[in-house]
Design a protein around this ligand. Structure first.
Ligand code: ZN
Length: 584
């Protein structure tokens, strides 16, 4: 062992020189340092430390020294099952990574191919023959981290690409369904559920469903059983659509597989459970929030998709009218005060917040967020996640963040009295605070703040602006056609004092999966309180009084904003009627 190591150091130096990676002087220098420091470091480490070469160059040279392949590794090329062959701490300590196992041979990525003693030990530990490839310690540790068992990381391979749902249904109907005697409603017949859930068909099907959900930009995926069948639906552009109906016999195994992936209790069927997992789809990390709940016909799974690398949208691309965009930009440029984005779930509030934040985020300001859950990493922003299941945690985290000397704070939501009051205080004492409220329009957001026991004189002082919004589906441009709407729709539009010269809608084509819609756009109403409205807030005026006054002062209601987008041929009148409360 010792002999090999010493010889290899000489060889490594020579090889790096021969490869013109380093100069002979640099090798001399490194060897001298190694002697001086009592051989505590490997030659390669010293060369890298001195900046003479990179980790990759040393790994490639080491591989050649020992006659083993050099591999650039990452999460995609290793088999999660193989990793479990060795204890994680052991892998981390020695910077080794089991890549895959074929029959009795375990292929191992190592950063020090000289360590023959270690490989003997691993052969002894696992009972497999060890085959070594050389990689950098950095890549090995990064890959190990991607597979951290607490993070429940799964790599969904590209091998699914050419598969359709039929492949899975077909394979499955030949096997356990036949065993079950074809009786609908019967559970998978044999063995514990965990075993059934690991059957390759179930694994493949679940991978396929998750992968497709991510690729189709679904916001969530639902697996819903009834008495004889099971359906899988995706929420795309705000609407649920059926994706598939896998054989009902697979239901229990599919749910079990999802539980395993999310680290939940497979044996528990009577209680609701929640968990998380991370999948790598097309080299992108995507977080999935899993909720499983027992229903009349068995457990239902709802999986929310949180795309961690979702592109930050610019404010311009969110569907603001020019006037609203200008006013909103003015509002968010204020040095302090409170700006609220209001709307129901799925109205794109957080996308707007993030877009606003990315405009405000500069090198000379301290931007902090308090989020539950943390959804999208924002470069240069100090993000803090809250675990609200602990109760009252949100307000406590916000108090801590306020001691971090922030200029700008983004709160993912104001939903309790403490948070509301701290946020308003912060807004009045020099912070710019951005948050969301779960209300249906702008004046109702004012009411909500007062209902959360924020004193009206503070609310009126702090509020810079309230942007209420909804998301509506855009007409598919490739099947867009002019049409004549019904008389009741025309009358509703006329009642608003509006006239729409030409109505459009999508008739359905392959591009829009026959829905007639592609993508979404927001409808807005922006309330910027002037002195008169502030006075009204202070005196606790009703939402409808506030609305009347704001419209008098130039606020465009969401309904009218929608009508403008109908006139422009971007959305259909039906979408506006469906999503916005219709008031004259
Ligand atoms: Zn279309």
């Amino acid at each position: 062992m010792g002999y090999t190591a010493i010889e290899s150091k000489v060889q490594l130096g020579q090889l790096l020189v021969a490869r013109q990676v380093v100069t002979p002087d640099q090798v001399e220098d490194a060897l001298a340092e190694q002697t001086r420091t009592g051989h505590q470091k490997l030659l390669g480490e010293i060369l890298i430390g001195k900046g003479y070469c990179t980790e990759n160059e040393v790994a490639a040279a080491l591989a050649e020294c020992y006659g083993v392949p050099y591999a650039k590794i990452g999460p995609k090329i290793c088999d999660p099952k193989a990793i479990e062959v060795l204890p994680r701490e052991f892998c981390e300590e020695h910077a080794i990574l089991p890549l895959f196992r074929v029959n009795n041979t375990l292929t191992l990525a190592v950063s020090e191919p000289a360590n023959l003693f270690l490989f003997d030990q691993i052969e002894h530990l696992t009972g497999y023959k060890v085959q070594v490839v050389c990689a950098t310690a950095k890549d090995i540790l990064a890959t190990l981290r991607a597979y951290s068992p607490t993070a429940n990381v799964f790599v969904i391979a590209e091998s699914l690409e050419d598969k359709g749902l039929e492949d899975f249904a077909l394979v499955q109907s030949g096997a356990p369904q036949a065993e079950a005697g074809g009786h609908a409603g019967e559970k998978l017949p044999s063995g514990p559920l965990a075993e059934a859930a690991n059957q390759s068909t179930v694994v493949g099907l679940v991978n396929y469903l998750l992968c497709e959900a991510v690729r189709q930009h679904a916001a969530s995926l639902h697996i819903e059983p009834d008495d004889k069948s099971m359906r899988v639906r995706y929420r795309v552009d705000g609407k649920l659509c059926e994706k598939s109906r896998p054989p009902y016999q697979m239901h229990a195994a599919i749910i079990s597989r999802i539980k395993i992936m999310a680290g939940l209790d497979v044996a528990q069927h009577r209680l609701a459970q929640e968990g998380n997992l991370r999948v790598m789809v097309d080299d992108r990390p995507v977080d999935l929030r899993v909720s499983i709940m027992p229903g009349t016909w068995g457990e239902k799974a709802a999986i929310r998709v949180v795309d961690l690398q979702k592109r930050l949208m610019a404010l311009e691309s969110l569907g603001f009218t020019i006037e609203n965009l200008q006013r909103f930009r003015q509002v968010i440029q204020s040095p302090y005060g409170l700006v609220v984005v209001a709307g129901p779930a799925g109205s794109g509030k957080k996308t707007t917040l993030r877009a606003a934040l990315s405009e405000l985020n500069r090198d000379d300001v301290n931007v902090c967020t308090v989020e539950d859950p943390l959804e999208c990493p924002l470069p240069g922003v100090n993000q803090f996640e809250v675990n609200t299941s602990m109760g009252g945690e949100f307000a406590r985290t916000l108090r801590h963040v306020l001691r971090q000397d922030p200029d700008i704070i983004m709160l993912s939501e104001i939903r309790d009295q403490d948070t509301a009051n701290i946020a308003v205080q912060a807004a009045l004492t020099g912070c710019f605070v951005l948050s969301t409220l779960y209300t249906h329009n702008a004046p109702l957001a004012v009411r909500r703040l007062l209902d959360l026991n924020v004193p009206s004189y503070l609310a009126s002082d702090a509020l810079l602006g309230i942007l209420a919004q909804r998301l509506v589906r855009k007409i598919c441009p490739s099947c867009k056609q002019a049409y004549e709407p019904s008389g009741s729709i025309r009358r509703a539009v006329a009642n608003l004092g509006q006239e729409i010269p030409q109505y459009y809608r999508g008739t359905g084509c392959t591009l829009c999966r026959n829905t007639g819609y592609t993508g979404q756009i927001a409808l807005h109403e922006l309330l910027v309180p002037d002195d008169a409205i502030k006075e009204m807030i202070n005196e606790r005026a009703t939402p409808s009084q506030l609305r009347a006054r704001a419209i008098e002062k130039g606020m465009v209601s969401m309904a009218l904003d929608g009508i403008e987008k109908v006139k422009a041929g971007i959305i259909s009148i039906e979408e506006v009627l469906r999503t916005v409360q219709w008031e004259s």
